[in-house]
Design a protein around this ligand. Sequence first.
Ligand SMILES: [Zn+2]
Ligand SMILES: [Zn+2]
Length: 212
Amino acid sequence: MVTIEKFMVNPLGENSFVLSDETGQCIFIDPGFYYEEEHEEVKRYISDHQLKPVKIINTHCHFDHIMGVEFARKTYNIPFYAHPEDAFWIERAESQGEMFSIKMSAVQAADQFLNEGDVVKFGNTSMEVIHVPGHSPGHVVFYCKKQDFLMAGDVLFYGSIGRTDLPGGDYNTLISKIKQKLFKLPDNTKVYSGHGPETTLGFEKKSNPFLT
Ligand SMILES: [Zn+2]
Ligand SMILES: [Zn+2]
């Protein structure tokens, strides 16, 4: 049984997740922890639940999703995984931050790559990697079939979709990949997004104004 803990963090209100299962192993998804109290909060959560972090996996590498990568990587001495086509976003993190008047330090390149069809494992849990470009070229989502949830990053939000006006974004690609790759998954799949509340694929299929 996977437990999903959401932390809404940093000046952009990004959702960072810690997923754990009955083995006590856990992973970070999109660690955007920025302020000192956000670091303290997640460290406390991990020690209170006696969890053992094993890796960091990112849906994509926009600066608000990687602000906490070095903190998590160094605190727990764990590898950082991302799709190769978002490597340029890691290199640009500091300058992207400046555009939003947010000071952040450099993030080192990914230790390992994530690609379409890979299976991410921790403890007894497996999630499939699905490449869904359009918001960013190297955007992936993580689908857990056994427990029917999707970690969707900035591809799909409650009633909305990710912006496509940043470098490497493409509106038509995003819409067609969501329809092709995500809408074939079960309707009751719970969706955890990079910003805002949870939703389900069935609800978005029926009512999302960008996708109906
Ligand atoms: Zn993004
Ligand atoms: Zn975001």
